[in-house]
Design a protein around this ligand. Sequence first.
Ligand code: SF4
Ligand code: SF4
Length: 100
Amino acid sequence: MNNLKYLTNVTTLAFDESRCTGCGRCAEVCPHGVFVIGNSRVVVTDRDLCIECGACMMNCAFGAIDVRKGVGCAAAIITSKLRKTEVTCGCSGNDKGCCS
Ligand code: SF4
Ligand code: SF4
């Protein structure tokens, strides 16, 4: 699943490197390789790889990560599969949403 990109520059992922201790938990749990361990803290490889699952935020004990989990196209696709409905994340007023 690594290296699959979604929409450009829409993820809500925010990383406060001043709070990062470099423990590496976020890099362990991220399913898309968004974080890699650097010298004294992690480094964000590519924010556009983020699917907003929230695992990094939930596992960072230092409050260095914030993300609105469960939003965006990934959540819309999963929800549509479960509910057998159209795929839409609600970001667009167009007939065809960005997830199509
Ligand atoms: S889990 Fe938090 S403190 Fe640990 S490396 Fe990741 S951002 Fe830094
Ligand atoms: S929200 Fe999920 S995909 Fe995005 S950086 Fe965190 S762990 Fe990785």
